[in-house]
Design a protein around this ligand. Structure first.
Ligand SMILES: C[S@@+](CC[C@H](N)C(=O)[O-])C[C@H]1O[C@@H](n2cnc3c(N)ncnc32)[C@H](O)[C@@H]1O
Length: 524
């Protein structure tokens, strides 16, 4: 029994047409990149270097499958849908450039298009210094793109417009935590009779409530089931999938990802049926997992989402002679799936093999589960074990954050050889770091360890980044001063330690200043 709600937001509506999606849009428009800064909207699992590296491998494989048929005079585009902060995109592009610069094995011009439906996210990418670098290198461009309806892409930087007439090569589409966020319809089936489930939306707040998360959180969905006839949708493939469900399910409520399939169909048309979709989301991967389910509710985490029906994607791809690669087990959290359409001469042998070697063998979900299990246990690990984990993460800053305290303590009592390895690891983590304005001060953390291993000059550089990104902090000023002191630059040391002391918030700095001044007096 749910508590009685005060407001009816709508009644007897198809869920895909519901006002819920307008609220979702408003939420993202309003909060912009703050959705990820405060980790209100989950993203660590889909925006780390490990997953980006696996996607790079998958894209490489797809391009090798198509290589002999690609027109080298034109770029291959990767379209990331619902990009969000751009952290995944940055990691992908860095890994891509590292790989192509080192091995140069693909003679293809590659462009990564960051897309989203809110201007606020575009504004963030446009001003991010690391994204500016990627634009200058010619690999990144930005597009305002509504995945539920747009059929062409206008690139902000190059001015190009990609349409079915201008696009030459196969495309790659990435959608992470996107398909759980866009409109679905709900159906009910029992005794081989299919009904649409029209929604009643009730909430504790009126629909114009200022705090959208609070409003979403209070929404309860109930359904009224109305029998439907054949040909519910205009698209015969969708109707075929519905018919399969009618025959297969015993009795269940199920989601039909109408907006997601429309998006795939639009991009399929744009690419002239030569595309790869890579998607990571929480969802159902098999028909069996979707039978005997209760009426679905939304999950709220800042924005809102619903589990994805990946089986419908699988049917959409395979009914059109495409292929759908999925893991043969239940993930802990998210599943990564790959769909391909079109028939290269290679018959996707490279893509199949790479999916097996990456996602199936040890994927982003496994990596995330391991890091969650290790949380609180880093103090028990040796430096070498932490370096192994960091290496496995491909030098990810979130994993580094987890190791930080333990590394900071342990580097003080280790050999020069291990310190050298730690120093190199810190460089890799910093090179990968994409700042989104979160509270965690990664440059300070890296600087502090560099200081502890005696790399004072480098520590100062990182402390400077910390001051630029996180503002004046007495602890950073003090540590910077101490690095100068160890370098023998007493003037600079006194300057920074003095500022920390004058803040009145850092007694250690007051003590240190007195000691330095006393020593200076002695030597006069
Ligand atoms: C849950 S976030 C995922 C962000 C990122 N891909 C990640 O993995 O962290 C959903 C993103 O999709 C965007 N989005 C939601 N609906 C969209 C639509 N119809 N078209 C394009 N982007 C959309 C939101 O602005 C937001 O950036």
């Amino acid at each position: 029994m749910t508590r009685k709600k005060k407001y009816i937001i709508e009644d007897q509506e198809r869920l895909s047409q519901s006002k819920l999606w307008d609220l979702q849009r408003k939420y993202y428009e309003k909060v912009g990149v703050n959705a990820w800064r405060k980790r209100a909207v989950p993203h660590v699992i889909t925006s780390n270097v490990f997953i980006a590296d696996q996607y790079v491998q998958l894209v490489y494989a797809f391009l090798r499958d198509w290589e002999s048929e690609i027109d080298k005079d034109h770029p291959v585009y990767l379209i990331e849908l619902g990009t969000g902060s751009g952290r995944f995109s940055y990691h992908f592009m860095r890994r891509w450039l590292d790989r192509t610069e080192q091995f140069g094995d693909l003679d293809i011009t590659f462009k990564f298009l960051l897309t989203d439906f809110t201007e606020s996210n575009l504004k963030f990418w446009k001003t991010h210094p690391l994204m500016k670098e990627m634009v200058q290198k010619g690999i990144a461009d930005f597009v305002l793109f509504d995945a539920t309806q747009d059929t062409s892409l206008s690139l902000v930087n190059s001015g190009e417009i990609l349409t079915v007439d201008t696009l030459v090569n196969p495309i790659i589409v990435v959608g992470n935590y996107l398909f759980d966020s866009i409109p679905v319809d709900i159906f009910y089936t029992e005794n081989n009779q299919l009904s649409e489930s029209l929604v009643l939306l009730e909430s504790d707040y009126p629909e114009d409530h200022e705090l959208i998360s609070e409003l979403l959180d209070s929404i309860h969905l109930s359904y009224n089931n109305q029998p439907i006839k054949n040909d519910y949708y205009d698209n015969p493939i969708y109707n075929q999938i519905l018919e399969n469900y009618r025959q297969e399910f015993k009795k269940t409520y199920f989601r039909f990802p109408v907006a997601s399939l429309n998006c795939c169909a639009n991009l399929q048309a744009l690419s002239k049926n030569r595309m790869m979709l890579i998607t990571a989301d929480k969802g159902f991967t098999s028909l069996a997992a979707m039978d005997l389910l209760e009426p679905p509710q939304i999950a709220v985490h800042g924005s809102m989402s619903m589990m994805v029906n990946f089986d419908a994607f699988e049917q959409f791809f395979t009914l059109q002679d495409g292929r759908w690669f999925k893991i043969p087990f239940q993930p802990n959290d998210i599943g990564v799936h790959v769909g391909v359409l079109g028939s290269p001469k290679s018959d996707y042998s490279e893509t199949a093999m790479t999916f097996y070697d990456t996602v199936t063998s040890y994927g982003a979900d496994d990596y995330h589960a391991l890091t969650v299990a290790l949380h609180n246990h880093y103090a028990d690990l040796t430096i070498s074990q932490m370096l192994s984990l960091l290496r496995m993460s491909r030098w990810d800053s979130v994993l580094f954050e987890e190791c930080f305290e333990s590394l900071l303590m342990k580097v003080q009592e280790t050999t020069d050889e291990v310190r050298a390895d730690v120093r190199l690891a810190l460089h890799h983590v910093w090179d990968n770091y994409y700042f989104i304005g979160e509270d965690k001060d990664i440059p300070f953390m890296i600087g502090a360890i560099l200081h502890n291993i005696g790399s004072f000059q480098e520590a100062i550089i990182l402390f400077n980044y910390s001051l630029q990104m996180h503002g004046m902090d007495p602890s950073t000023l003090y540590n910077m001063g101490m690095s100068y002191l160890y370098l023998g630059d007493t003037n600079q040391a006194l300057g920074y330690i003095g500022k920390a002391a004058d803040s009145g918030q850092f007694p250690k700095a007051v003590e240190a200043r007195e000691k330095i001044l006393a020593k200076l007096d002695e030597t006069k």
